[in-house]
Design a protein around this ligand. Structure first.
Ligand SMILES: [Cu+2]
Length: 303
C-alpha cells in the first residue's frame, strides 16, 4: 500500500556514466550562441572547435566508425527466436574482440518505443562476430534495441541503437511502475537536470524490506534510464557503498528536463527481475497509471 502516493513524491535520476553534456550547441550550427548552461562556468572561454559536445548514447546506429547491423528483421511475440546482429568496425569487418564491462562483453537492451516491455539480455558471440540471443517480446510495436559494449582497444564504450518492427496491432501502454511479482520498489530523490542527483531505491517483498539482495553484473543493482521522446540511453550504477538492501543508491545525472523511463535490474533468491518507473524532472512524477491490462493476465511477467 505504499505505492502510488509515495511514488508521486519522487523524482528520478538517471545516471550517467557518460558524462553527458547538455548544453547546447551540439547540433547547432557553427555559431553557437552562449548557451544557457554557460552561466555556470564563468571562464568565458569559447568551446574549442574540435571537441563536440557529447550527445547521449543510443541515438545513433553508427558512431566513430562502428555500426550496428541487425540481421534479424523482426521479433516474435509467439516464441523466443534467435535475434542476431553484428557490430561492424572501422575496418568494415565484424568486431570479434571486446573488453568486458560489468561482467559481459555486450549488453543488449530491448524496449518498445513507448518505454514498455523492457528487457536486458546478454547475447552470445560467435567466432564470426555474429551475436545471437533468443528473444521474444510481449506485444507488437516498434522496438528499440541498444547494444552497449566496449570494442577491444578502445577506451570508451559505445551504445548503438536501432529500431526493430514487430508486426501486429499496436496499442501504446503505460509503463508499470514500481512493482514486479511480489516486490515493491520505491524511489526517492529529485531528478534535477545538470546536477548529480542521489536516487535511493528501496526494495521490499511482501511488505518486508529485502536485505539479502544478490550481486548482479558486479553490483547490487543495474539501472538503465531512457529519455522519453527520443530514447536517449543513460546507464547508471550504484553508489559504491551500496549494501545488499533494502536500499540501493545511485547517483544520476540527467542531460535535460523531461520524462525518463528507469529500469532497475536486481537479483534476489536466484532470480533477476526488472522493475520500471517513469519520472519527470523537477520532482514531478508522471502519473503512475496502474495499468490494468484489458485482458486478464497480460500483465507483465512479459519478458
Ligand atoms: Cu547487461
Amino acid at each position: 500500500m505504499k505505492t502510488p502516493a509515495q511514488l508521486g513524491l519522487f523524482g528520478f535520476g538517471l545516471v550517467a556514466v557518460f558524462a553527458v553534456a547538455w548544453g547546447a550547441g551540439t547540433l547547432a550550427g557553427p555559431i553557437a550562441a552562449p548557451s544557457e548552461g554557460d552561466a555556470a562556468h564563468g571562464g568565458g572561454h569559447e568551446e574549442p572547435a574540435g571537441s563536440p559536445v557529447k550527445i547521449p548514447g543510443g541515438l545513433q546506429v553508427a558512431q566513430d566508425g562502428y555500426r550496428l547491423e541487425l540481421t534479424t528483421p523482426t521479433l516474435s511475440t509467439v516464441d523466443a527466436q534467435p535475434f542476431t546482429f553484428k557490430v561492424i568496425g572501422p575496418d568494415g569487418k565484424p568486431v570479434t574482440a571486446y573488453t568486458t564491462a560489468h561482467e559481459k562483453d555486450l549488453h543488449l537492451i530491448v524496449v518498445r518505443r513507448d518505454l514498455s516491455g523492457f528487457q536486458h539480455v546478454h547475447p552470445a558471440l560467435g567466432p564470426d562476430g555474429l551475436w545471437s540471443v533468443p528473444l521474444k517480446v510481449a506485444e507488437p510495436g516498434v522496438y528499440r534495441v541498444f547494444a552497449d559494449f566496449v570494442p577491444a582497444g578502445r577506451a570508451e564504450g559505445l551504445i548503438l541503437g536501432a529500431d526493430v518492427n514487430v508486426p501486429g496491432d499496436f496499442r501504446p501502454r503505460a509503463v508499470p511502475v514500481g512493482v514486479v511479482d511480489d516486490y515493491t520498489v520505491t524511489l526517492e530523490g529529485d531528478l534535477v537536470p545538470g546536477t548529480s542527483s542521489k536516487l535511493t531505491l528501496t526494495v521490499s517483498k511482501g511488505g518486508k524490506p529485502v536485505t539479502d539482495l544478490q550481486p548482479y553484473l558486479g553490483a547490487f543493482g543495474h539501472l538503465v534510464a531512457l529519455r522519453h521522446g527520443d530514447l536517449a540511453y543513460l546507464h547508471v550504477h550504484p553508489d559504491e557503498g551500496t549494501k545488499a538492501g533494502p536500499q540501493i543508491v545511485f547517483y544520476a545525472e540527467v542531460p535535460s528536463a523531461g520524462t525518463y523511463g528507469l529500469y532497475l535490474d536486481f537479483q534476489h533468491e536466484g532470480t533477476v527481475r526488472t522493475v520500471s518507473f517513469t519520472a519527470t524532472t523537477a520532482g514531478v512524477v508522471t502519473p503512475p497509471t496502474p495499468t490494468p491490462t484489458p485482458s486478464k493476465d497480460g500483465h507483465g511477467h512479459g519478458h
